[in-house]
Design a protein around this ligand. Structure first.
Ligand SMILES: Nc1nc2c(c(=O)[nH]1)N[C@H]1C(S)=C(S)[C@@H](COP(=O)(O)OP(=O)(O)OC[C@H]3O[C@@H](n4cnc5c(=O)[nH]c(N)nc54)[C@H](O)[C@@H]3O)O[C@H]1N2
Ligand SMILES: Nc1nc2c(c(=O)[nH]1)N[C@H]1C(S)=C(S)[C@@H](COP(=O)(O)OP(=O)(O)OC[C@H]3O[C@@H](n4cnc5c(=O)[nH]c(N)nc54)[C@H](O)[C@@H]3O)O[C@H]1N2
Ligand code: SF4
Ligand SMILES: [Mo]
Length: 896
């Protein structure tokens, strides 16, 4: 990288003058001069004498994590950040994104006031308005659209990565009356895993990057092996996340890494499997086949605690219930094949010693055909010998075998990351991860990753405002775009982005007239980003709430200034502790979005929206909390669950709500259910792990267990077992002839999704996206390290800076998403130059259960480019205008 060759000193010299030049972003162009980058004498922080430094405990939020921070505040200004050693996951570490907090807070190009567009869309000309006027205009337009087209013509979206009010967004949508909410993660991030683990286990998934698999933080873990499947903890975890894995290795834990890219974890792994992108489910089926074939599964656990011995009706694919054998039989009791009597027998929960169930078999009884769940699984994995698997996944069969053997010597666990969520195999991969963990008995025992630890419940799903899908008016759920076909989306109350896009473009089944968007840069994170431009032209009002303008803002009509994390109050739970993120500064007229949404719903209620009125009524909302007038009211409301107030939490910050040893429980399924005296089992219909899931068929047909009302069936049933779908674009089919290389992506440590590309220090480290090319392909396509190359897919063309490396296999390329805040004002609006999401695919095939499209593993071609995209900044001195500026510290009476 060019910038890496410049010394640190030359960078500082180049930027030293920046404090003098109060550069004003274009968004300030029409703001009265009195408000432009003024720097009045700042007020001292409360409780500190002028000049004295006060250290305030807070928590970071520059990514989806919440690492503990000690913020040093002097004269009302944050002057230094360091890690808080009390935070159990990061233990005092902060990563570059967190350390960039000061630059982000005092960035000269923040959104400072609500702005309304005055020029044409894309001209980047704005006029300042008051919050009052902004909320009034938005609410009136929403109500107008509701009357004219229906509430469903309003779309509300957010970002998956990092929005602390995440669950509050579908709540707002439902309170207004629209079923249409989406975020660019969801079916492409985490939902496939939360869904499969919830359906099949009734407990959390094993994503390390989502702070599950908490056994990795247990200093006395009994873990012997860890499989990192499409996850990259060194880059994606709480700060020092790589350290947690290093510590495990130092204790002798062996690791297997399944990743096309030679990430830090791969470098230290016992076995690295550089899998062909998009083929993970084939590899999983291969692992299952080996485990079954070699009989190395935990037979006792599989027999007693999974539903694999239960009988399946071959014709209907449904599990057999006692009532199917005998009309007087129970609907919730399942059936096994009893070896003693050679007949199907209802088996009482949790077990019946009088029976001798067959695990693996196929039977005919009274004219009906039955198989055990185990037999169905065995048949499903039959084609996937080590050789067949290796061929499909571009791996060495011996290495696959070595990896399985490491995993099989448990206790161990498969941690599944986001990689597999980003292909149409998404839910199948997550089902595969449940099955692999369960076959080896790696469930709720010491050293395994699937655990149900208690929670304080003050921040369910990491969000202050809970989801309240019951607020959605009757009949609206069936109108949600895409979620009737892909009913798994209902778990997150979400629409499918591709179906939303279709409605926007065609006006069918109804048009989208208003779009409220609160996250960073949808052009950086949505698949096939370019497909949204035409669709957006059809919206009457597009509002963007964020901390600074992004490419998305250039297509919007109103910009609202959101608070940075150093300006926000929030409750954080980490393991057995609760922390406060507290505002340590406030600049300009930025507002916490949680308050903004509340005001918006209250205004809609005042304009006569009956549905919104219910959401503001404490009698109706009860424990789900009616919309609030201040952050403190909301925070106090949530903290009631641990008998605290926000002020008390701040006085004790952090609090340990349960001793670690009590929190760190195992074998929850064996706890006695006080009502029955029997083990409580898992939170599934059978109380067993549902590895053969007829629940998937029921979901497709009715929306159960997530829909509050029965829904019409999807066009086809979902499969009760994982199946492998070859990537639709692949090197061996027609498209592969034109676009021979496979492109995939994954996290880089210094940015969070589309964020922070405006922070000079981070752009110094990683100024432009690297395109990783294997030496074989570099030679073939005539590119060398440092060259710019064109990358083209069926959908578009963009550039990346070549890094020739054996860190990816021949035939595979790697590049991460990027956009350039410095070219917002050019016709590219910053998102076209070097962005993998110009290339990715958002059309079918989709994952049947949740509608996932393809972000990883698409076909592309490369060729040498003449040079860098025009206008982008690559040298440290280019970033001068963006160094933190002296800033107006505005007291905000609304902050608690
Ligand atoms: N620094 C940083 N941290 C982040 C984020 C960020 O943007 N930046 N985002 C946060 C969010 S929202 C998420 S979802 C998590 C995700 O965090 P992780 O689950 O750890 O996922 P990634 O690092 O995106 O991807 C993991 C690995 O998948 C590899 N990969 C690519 N294609 C394939 C494939 O087909 N199969 C397999 N097996 N591997 C493949 C990539 O090379 C990458 O190393 O990170 C969170 N943390
Ligand atoms: N090609 C490709 N595309 C991808 C992915 C990939 O790996 N490859 N990853 C997908 C995944 S896993 C995800 S989760 C999505 C992420 O997509 P998004 O989440 O939409 O990404 P951003 O808009 O960058 O993230 C929103 C940002 O909002 C910021 N934020 C934090 N707090 C607040 C707040 O209080 N108010 C406001 N207004 N903003 C706040 C955070 O810094 C957060 O990162 O992208 C998806 N897109
Ligand atoms: S990992 Fe980094 S950005 Fe994320 S919360 Fe921790 S310090 Fe902040
Ligand atoms: Mo994500």
């Amino acid at each position: 990288m060019d910038s890496m060759q410049l010394s640190r000193r030359s960078f500082l010299e180049a930027t030293a003058v920046a404090g003098l030049s109060a550069a004003i972003g274009r968004t300030d162009g029409l703001i009265p001069s009195a408000h432009a980058a003024a720097a009045p004498a700042p007020a001292p922080a409360a409780g500190a004498a002028a000049g004295e430094t006060k250290i305030v405990k807070t928590c970071c939020r520059a990514c989806i994590h919440n690492c503990g921070v000690l913020a040093h505040v002097r004269n009302g200004r944050v002057v230094k950040l360091e890690g808080n050693p009390e935070y159990p996951m990061s233990k005092g570490a902060l990563c570059p994104k967190g350390l960039a907090g000061i630059s982000a807070l005092y960035h000269p190009n923040r959104n400072k006031y609500p702005l309304i567009r005055v020029g044409k869309r894309g001209e980047n000309k704005w006029r300042r308005i008051s919050w009052e006027e902004a909320i009034d205009r938005i609410a009136k337009k929403m109500e107008e659209v509701r009357h004219e087209y229906g509430a469903e013509s309003v779309l509300i979206t957010t970002g998956g990565g990092g929005n602390p009010a995440f669950r509050g967004i579908p709540r707002v949508a439902n309170a207004f009356g629209t079923p249409n909410f989406y975020e660019p993660g969801c079916a492409q991030c985490y939902l496939p895993r939360t869904l499969a683990f919830d359906m099949m286990y009734g407990g959390p998934d094993t994503s390390i990057a989502d702070e599950k698999s908490r056994e990795i933080y247990n200093p006395n873990t009994k873990m012997k092996a860890l499989v990192l499947w499409g996850t990259d903890p060194s880059y994606s975890n709480p700060a020092g996340g790589g350290q947690a894995i290093v510590t495990l290795r130092a204790k002798g834990v062996k690791t297997v890494v399944i990743d096309p890219r030679f990430i830090p974890e791969a470098q230290r792994a016992d076995v690295w499997l550089p899998i062909r992108p998009g083929t993970d489910v084939a590899l999983m089926l291969g692992w299952m086949r080996y485990i079954i074939d070699q009989k190395i599964y935990d037979e006792d656990f599989v027999m007693h605690w999974t539903n694999l011995p239960y009988l399946v009706n071959v014709e209907t694919k449904m599990l057999v219930r006692a009532k199917d054998l005998d009309p007087k039989g129970d609907e919730k009791t399942y059936v096994v094949w009893d070896k003693k009597t050679k007949s199907p027998k209802a088996i009482k929960y949790p077990w019946d010693d009088a029976l001798d169930p067959e695990l693996d078999g196929e039977f005919e009884y009274q004219g009906k055909k039955y198989k055990t769940g185990f037999r169905c699984l065995k048949e499903r994995v039959e084609p996937w010998t080590l050789e067949a698997t290796a061929k499909e996944c571009w791996l060495d069969p011996k290495k696959i075998e070595e990896a399985i053997k490491i995993y099989a010597d448990g206790p161990s666990g498969v941690s599944l990351g986001v990689a597999t969520d980003q292909t149409p195999n998404s839910v199948q991969a997550a089902m595969g991860a449940v099955i692999l963990n369960a076959l080896m008995g790696n469930v709720e025992r010491p050293g395994s990753l699937m655990q149900r630890n208690p929670s304080s419940n003050v921040v369910p799903a990491g969000s202050l405002a809970t989801r309240c899908s019951y607020l959605l008016p009757e009949g609206q759920l069936t109108k949600r775009l895409g979620s009737n076909e892909h009913k798994g989306l209902i778990q997150w109350d979400a629409a499918q982005p591709s179906a939303v896009l279709d409605a926007m473009l065609t006006g069918k089944p109804y048009p989208i007239k208003v779009w409220l968007e609160r996250s960073g840069n949808k052009f950086g994170v949505n698949g096939n980003a370019g497909s949204w431009v035409k669709a957006m032209e059809k919206c009457d009002l597009i509002v963007h709430m964020y901390m600074y303008p992004t490419s998305f803002s250039m297509y919007a009509d109103m910009l609202l200034p959101a608070t940075e994390w150093l300006e926000t109050n929030m409750l954080i739970e980490s393991l057995n502790m609760v922390f406060a993120r507290q505002a340590v500064a406030h600049v300009w007229e930025t507002e916490d979005e949680t308050l903004f949404w509340s005001k918006l719903i209250k205004r809609c209620a005042a304009l006569g929206n009956e549905n919104a009125k219910r959401a503001c009524d404490p009698e109706f909302m009860k424990d789900d909390l009616a919309y609030w007038d201040s952050m403190e009211e909301l925070l106090d409301g949530r903290l009631k669950r641990i008998n605290m107030t926000w002020k008390q939490l701040l006085a004790h910050n952090p609090v340990t709500y349960m001793p670690y040893d009590k929190w760190n429980t195992y074998y929850v399924y064996l706890n006695k259910d006080p009502k029955t005296g029997l083990p409580q089992g898992f939170r599934t219909p059978s109380k067993k792990l549902e590895l053969y899931g007829d629940i998937w068929i029921t979901l497709a047909r009715t929306g159960k267990p997530y829909a509050l009302q029965p829904l019409p069936p999807a066009s086809k049933d979902y499969d009760p077992l994982p199946y492998y779908l070859e990537p639709a674009e692949n090197p061996t089919n027609e498209i592969g002839r034109e676009f021979p290389l496979i492109l995939t992506n994954g996290r880089i440590p210094v940015y969070h999704h589309g964020t922070l590309r405006n922070v000079p220090y981070l752009r110094e480290i990683y100024p432009v996206p690297e395109l990783w090319v294997n030496p074989v392909d570099a030679k073939k396509y005539g590119v060398a390290t440092g060259d710019w190359a064109w990358i083209e897919s069926k959908r578009g063309k963009t550039r990346g800076k070549v890094l020739v490396t054996e860190g990816v296999s021949a035939g595979v390329l790697y590049m991460e998403r990027f956009w350039f805040p410095e070219t917002l004002d050019t016709p590219t609006h910053g998102w076209m130059e070097a962005n993998v999401n110009v290339l990715t695919k958002n059309d079918p095939p989709f994952n049947d259960v949740v509608g996932t499209y393809t972000l990883r593993g698409i076909q592309v071609r490369i060729s040498k480019a003449e040079g860098a995209p025009e206008g982008i900044w690559t040298k440290p001195e280019d970033f001068k205008p963006w160094l933190p500026q002296p800033t107006d510290t505005t007291p905000n009476p609304k902050l608690g």
